[in-house]
Design a protein around this ligand. Structure first.
Ligand SMILES: [Zn+2]
Length: 98
């Protein structure tokens, strides 16, 4: 998963919300921590925003493998995940918990 670290993504799934502190929707993929594949941090204030679901990681790995590492944030939507991977794409939310 190391090739995804530092990659900016925008989570636009129906369960995702903006950062509870600064309202930023872009997150940066961080290092992994068992049992999670990778952490997600706010691109603006570095707040912990959740964990990268495996389905999203697979989607991004596939995308980066085919098209290379993008410079702009990749927008991840339910519809794109569903089209690429089938259903059950949204298993972790970045919506603010407080
Ligand atoms: Zn933030």
């Amino acid at each position: 998963m190391t090739d995804l670290i530092g990659l900016p993504i925008k989570l636009a799934r129906t369960i995702d919300g903006p950062c509870g502190v600064c309202g930023e929707t872009t997150v940066i993929i961080g290092s992994s921590a068992d049992p999670h594949i990778a952490s997600l941090r706010c691109a603006c204030c570095d707040r912990h925003r959740g964990w990268l679901p495996k389905t999203v990681a697979d989607f991004l790995t596939d995308l980066v493998g085919r098209f290379g590492r993008p410079t702009d944030p990749i927008t991840v939507r339910n519809s794109e995940l569903a089209a690429t991977l089938g259903a059950h794409a949204a298993e972790a939310s970045t919506a603010p918990t407080t």
